[in-house]
Design a protein around this ligand. Structure first.
Ligand SMILES: [Mn+2]
Length: 407
């Protein structure tokens, strides 16, 4: 002290010093204030439960909150991995006891290039062990402020897209109609259609979809099937008139309350896979934004533009996040990588802006662990989920923030 270039700012009265003003104005200080108001009740319950189930530690262990067998979040590398080590809702009839559920849809039979996303949910669970829900910059404690469970995986039918779609829709519908916020972890992007089909019919009004991806994914069929390049063709429709097409086993003709203009497709671009879908997007009038739009406006602004277009005339909005929207330098473990994508920090800002307005459900798809490095891609998918949940909680759209206050 006394040697710095800003000595003239110092005064004897620290409560009014310029440094103190700066200190109190930082986001870090505000985060600390917010976090200090959240009770640690569930942490304490977890410790008691760990000691009860996992027995007392050896006598040389000074910290007596440590148990003999790991039964809680610590050590992060130990234990049985559900998503973030939250309770496994094995009896799916009891799903209504929770506020949100992570559910895996390990299906990759609809990929058109690299497969491997069937291992996505397990990879996201594995790396999620690093996290216990304490979000510093967001000032949120997911563990304390949200009753979250892992619903396990949906029984997908490898090699049969159509039966898998029916399984997924029925499963997502069960979760959603039980009053639980669904977090669906793919799996490939063909799941977008059965996921939304599990939610939209239960919403009394139109549903917007914010689809973050490098690929437009709205062609009718790909190699004669409903591959991962097609979900939004089947989710949205051609307008007021829903035509019955010649789809013998494809009994859907678009969800009547999912209008193409409310389908916001953000991050689209590059050189792969967009040829057939572009004509459909043009014909139906979906809301498309490229990476050039992002460069022009910035992450926050494009997210606000996305909200305007997605929510127009809608009761709810669904988030579909394809991990290949993030640049493959950061997210190499994916089926159809395309350079020039989002920086992770841009992706998080977009998510936080979108989630602040509330969501009816979300999916993170296209994590392919066989192509991943150091679980980087799975970790980004995990962060997409955590930042979404944290933002929903912080904005009172999910969880029980009021009940988790100190005092
Ligand atoms: Mn994609």
């Amino acid at each position: 002290m006394g040697n710095g270039p800003h000595d003239h700012h110092h005064s004897g009265d620290h409560s009014h010093s310029h440094a103190e003003e700066i200190r109190n104005s930082t986001d870090g200080r505000q985060a600390l204030d917010r976090l200090s108001r959240i009770s640690q009740k569930k942490q304490e319950e977890e410790t008691a439960r760990s000691l009860e189930l996992g027995l007392e530690a050896a006598s040389s262990v000074v910290d007596r909150s440590i148990s003999l067998f790991s039964r809680g979040h610590q050590p992060a590398f130990a234990g049985i991995n559900t998503f973030m080590k939250v309770p496994y809702c094995e009896d799916i009839r009891k799903i209504g006891q929770y506020e949100a559920a992570f559910v895996g849809a390990p299906f990759d039979s609809a990929t058109t290039y690299r497969p491997g996303t069937r291992f996505g949910p397990q990879a996201v669970r594995r790396i999620s062990a690093l996290y216990d829900g304490y979000w510093f910059d967001g000032g949120v404690d997911i563990y304390e402020e949200l009753d979250l469970c892992d619903a396990g995986d949906i029984f997908v039918i490898p090699g049969n897209i159509e039966k898998t779609f029916d399984q997924v829709t029925k499963a997502v519908s069960h979760i959603y109609t039980s009053g639980v916020f669904p977090i669906i972890c793919g799996g490939d992007h063909s799941l977008g259609f059965p996921n939304v089909r599990g939610i939209a019919p239960h919403i009394d009004g139109n549903v917007g979809i914010i689809h973050i991806d490098r690929h437009i994914d709205i062609q009718e069929k790909d190699m004669d099937e409903r591959m991962h390049t097609t979900p939004w063709f089947w989710t949205t429709h051609e307008g007021r008139e829903i035509s019955h097409r010649d789809h013998s086993h494809m009994h859907d003709v678009g969800l009547p309350n999912c209008h193409p203009k409310n389908l916001v497709q953000l991050g689209i671009g590059g050189w792969y896979g967009n040829r057939p879908g572009s004509a459909v997007a043009q014909r139906r009038g979906t809301s498309v934004m490229t990476m050039f739009d992002l460069e022009k406006h910035g992450a926050k602004k494009v997210a606000e533009m996305a909200l305007e277009m997605a929510w127009e005339g809608c009761k709810a909005v669904y988030l579909s996040f394809d991990i290949d929207s993030i640049d493959p330098g950061f997210a190499p473990g994916t089926g159809s990588p395309e350079p020039g994508g989002l920086m992770p920090r841009e992706a998080f800002e977009i998510i936080r802006t979108i989630a602040a307005e509330g969501l009816c459900g979300m999916e993170v798809v296209e994590v392919s662990p066989p192509y991943d490095v150091n679980d980087n891609t799975a970790q980004l998918a995990c962060r997409v989920v955590l930042d979404t949940l944290g933002t929903l909680i912080a904005n009172g759209k999910l969880g029980h923030r009021d009940k988790a206050r100190v005092g």
